[in-house]
Ligand binder design. Sequence first.
Ligand code: NAD
Length: 418
Amino acid sequence: MTTDAGEQAFNNVRKLINDICERMNIPETCRIRLMECEREFTVHFPVRMDDGRAQVFTGFRVVHNDGRGPSKGGIRYHPDVNLDEVRALAALMSLKTAVVNIPYGGAKGAVICNPKAMSESELERLTRRYASEIAILMGPERDIPAPDVGTNPQVMAWIMDTYSMGKGYSVPAVVTGKPLEIGGSTGRFEATGRGCMVSVLLAAKRLGIDPQEATVVVQGCGNVGAITADLLAKKGCRLIAISDSRGGAYDPEGLNLADAFNHKKQTGSVIGSRNTEKVTNAELLELKCDILVVAALERALVKANAPCVKARIIVEGANAPTTPEADKILLDKGIFIVPDILANAGGVVVSYLEWVQGLQSFYWNEAQVNNYLDGLMTAAFDQVLCIAEEKKADMRAAACMIAVQRLAAAMTTRGIFP
Ligand code: NAD
């Protein structure tokens, strides 16, 4: 994201929070606190590259609010990430953890780097140095990172190990999204996609759409997009298109997802997988379908393409994929939008379960994790829908109302130190 787009993204989240605070008569002391991030940490650190050179990287860790518990949020490795983008994502995490009512605040971290252009050993050295730089913020009771775009369970393992070495003993609960061998939770890898799948099915039910008859388009073929697509196909939906950063594969009769995923593994993209037509990402978003899942990056749906979206339901697997201008256009078209802070909360829900399991050294099986996740996502969706109907609001505003009210209640009850 460019610096300007990052600033815009943070302003958009601030405006969303501000508007909801005003609409709900939230105390002024809470409103002004929610407008800012509580802690912002920027680090510039050297990493020894494979060719012997030292390169300086810039990283961030931002805590938006920790009124409801330790702060929680992913770490992104991306060449275009910037501080304002991280602030926006941290604020969304505060809202997300509050909507699904888990005892966390919101945070986000990032390193400006291109992980695709780095070797495994360079990534390990970068991760370990970044982890030691932000270790003064981290801790199972303080701030708990997780994977995001460009990071994965292995990166979490390096962070956990680096933090543990500093302490002199193993601290599995300091990160979530870890590999199973070191205290990861069953179901965590699939959790965000599973939560999106639950959101799609609940939204379809609300609109009277039979999943067996529904056509689905998914933008993004990473952790969130690929798993959402796969789980929806297993529920009988017809997946007609899926894309990655290079473009998409389209088959109106229904994709063979296994073929598409294999093709991506072999060639780096879903484009050209067997019996599919190539579509650009711009074309994909405008395909005729019942359900569109946006699960790539921010700002997929903007003022220019929103009028051309033909889906009846949009589920935001990605964070902030819809700009406020686009949101208004899509709502005016009557499209039912399940917002990011609800739709993609499955990941942080199972992160919470992983953290609880780590603290108790008592591990659950996959069915227990999935049952908890499905129940919590369904309860949160129903609650948001109920407020949306009661207040005649859209789902984003309703989710934000619930979140802001919970955040304000915690801040008011705790008061201001000293
Ligand atoms: P990922 O890196 O695994 O996958 C991202 C996918 O998006 C890749 O397939 C990539 O090729 C594709 N992509 C990138 N740019 C694109 C573009 N311009 N057009 C189309 N596709 C493009 O990342 P992820 O973990 O799946 O995260 C995706 C989104 O979901 C992000 O916004 C992330 O913040 C959000 N999210 C992720 C999680 C999680 O648990 N992984 C949880 C909540 C939210």
